[in-house]
Ligand binder design. Structure first.
Ligand code: NDP
Ligand code: ZN
Length: 352
């Protein structure tokens, strides 16, 4: 079986591997559409999770079930499915505690392209198929569905972590595909004003369409000054961080009102520490909360997000700006994600 892999830190290429063994509750899926993620870029070129040798990349795929284990109840070969980037072990204690994404250890629900081979392969393995696959209705095309694997659940998780309430003024830092879905999620959650931070023109246009009321271009002056201007110096109730770097927390704390909440979904690829500004954090007494999280995966989450698509509440297919026909283009798509040309939001590759 052919796959596109991280050969070592800083190097990618094609590999030939055995198809993974199928356990009684597992499935093998043949992808029909895949998409590279900014996280693949952090993993390969920043070495963010440490060295991985010949590990097949990718964690965003829709496809057709090829084979299932003898205990799988609800899926059979030929079924069209969407597969979440995070595929927890649902019988783990961490899942029972409400943190399925950390089943088996911190971040260990994130298996594809982290603890096992990912989805940029002719066939890939899914653990706990009944708990982690979702049936894909014919009405939802691959382009839309593949955005449900990671972009929608992660952007929405930023909104959940920031605990956005009716009428809140919200700052979304970063409007790549993840931040754009955070904008859409903040709008659904009832934010009164959404300040979206980014500079790429396509992203700005889509941010407005998804509900941003104001755009802050961080290249044209400090985010703090621009937020102060927009809020009459009062700051915002909530911040979602979906871009920037380790020092973005300094900005987020500075613009947040006392009692405000920050939801971070940015994957911090480099550096040892995140700094919190002492005085603006109320000398430790500001009630400004910071929560950071890996997206929740699993079947129920996928089915609920699919329901938002079929009811017309979200249109995540609009994130896709570059489409490739043929598995051989996966490297090109990944390099787009690395280089982030101005017209890019998200590329996908059809494998059919
Ligand atoms: P992109 O790189 O496409 O978008 C990043 C955004 O941040 C862009 O809008 C960019 O602006 C903006 N930005 C860059 N630098 C700064 C800065 N210094 N200050 C403010 N804004 C800045 O990323 P994605 O949307 O694909 O992913 C976002 C993050 O989410 C990544 O770190 C990714 O790895 C992570 N992720 C996390 C997951 C989770 O489960 N927690 C899952 C999936 C992804 P510009 O318009 O100029 O490009
Ligand atoms: Zn991802």
């Amino acid at each position: 079986m052919k796959g596109f892999a991280m050969k070592k830190i800083g190097q990618v290429g094609w590999v030939e591997k055995e198809v993974a063994a199928l356990g009684p509750k597992d499935a093998l899926v043949r992808p029909t559409a895949i998409s590279p993620c900014t996280s693949d870029v952090h993993t390969v070129w920043a070495g963010a999770i440490g060295d991985r040798r010949d590990m097949i990349l990718g964690h965003e795929a829709v496809g057709i079930v090829e084979q299932v284990g003898e205990l799988v109840r609800d899926f059979k070969p030929g079924d069209r499915v969407v597969v979440p980037a995070i595929t927890p072990d649902w019988d783990s204690l961490e899942a029972q505690a409400g943190y399925s994404m950390h089943s088996g250890g911190m971040l260990a629900g994130w298996k594809f392209s982290n603890f096992k081979d990912g989805v940029f392969a002719e066939l890939f393995h899914v653990n706990d198929a009944d708990g982690n696959l979702a049936h894909l209705p014919d009405s939802v095309d691959d382009k839309t569905a593949v955005m449900l694997c990671d972009m929608v659940p992660t952007g929405f998780h930023g909104v959940e972590l920031a605990d956005i309430q009716f009428g809140d003024k919200v700052l979304v830092i970063g409007i790549g595909p993840v931040g754009l879905m955070a904008v859409a999620g903040a709008a659904i959650r009832g934010a009164s004003e959404i300040y979206a931070v980014g500079s790429r023109p396509n992203c700005i246009e889509l941010a407005k369409e998804f509900g941003a009321t104001h755009i802050i271009n961080y290249r044209n002056g400090s985010i703090e000054d621009q937020v102060a201007q927009l809020t009459g110096g009062k700051g915002v109730d909530r911040v979602v961080i979906a871009g920037g770097d380790n020092d973005t927390f300094i900005t987020a704390i500075r613009v947040l009102k006392p009692g405000g909440k920050i939801g971070n979904v940015n994957y911090l690829g480099e550096g040892d520490y995140v700094r919190i500004p002492r005085a603006e954090w109320g000398c430790g007494m500001s009630h400004k909360q910071i929560a950071g999280g890996l997206m929740p995966g699993g079947r129920l989450r996928m089915e609920k997000l699919l329901a938002l698509v079929t009811s017309g509440r979200i249109q995540p297919g609009k994130l896709v700006t570059h489409e490739f026909e043929g598995f051989e283009h996966v490297e090109e798509a990944l390099m787009l994600m690395k280089d982030k040309p101005k017209d890019l939001i998200k590329p996908i590759v059809y494998v059919r």
